[in-house]
Unconditional design. Structure first.
Length: 107
């Protein structure tokens, strides 16, 4: 499990894009008999992308879609297929930015 966490974090650190959540540090911390994997990333203080029950206004939805596609285009150009793109893996911040995270399934 720790090996997979390290691989995912390294993969995400190597990708350079404003549309990818930046990882500043990752470390394994031993606590008692267990090892905890800790990641320090940029603050995405609004959590994952939440779609309101009534949906978005068409222009808002289009703007969000374009932002996500631009992020995905950068990944594609770097030869990365995310393979698990969903609202829970798109984080937002108070500036209104959308960024992709969770590259555990990426190739």
């Amino acid at each position: 499990m720790l090996k997979l966490c390290r691989q995912e974090t390294l993969r995400q650190q190597l990708m350079k894009s404003d549309g990818i959540v930046k990882i500043f540090m990752s470390k394994v911390i031993p606590i008692d008999q267990e090892k905890i994997f800790v990641i320090a990333s940029e603050l995405m203080d609004q959590g994952h992308l939440k779609i309101p029950e009534q949906g978005y206004q068409p222009q808002v939805a289009l703007n969000k879609l374009i932002a996500i596609l631009k992020c995905y285009q950068v990944l594609y150009r770097q030869g990365v297929a995310h393979r698990d793109l969903k609202p829970q893996n798109i984080l937002t911040n108070s500036k209104g930015e959308l960024k992709i995270t969770d590259f555990g399934s990426a190739m």
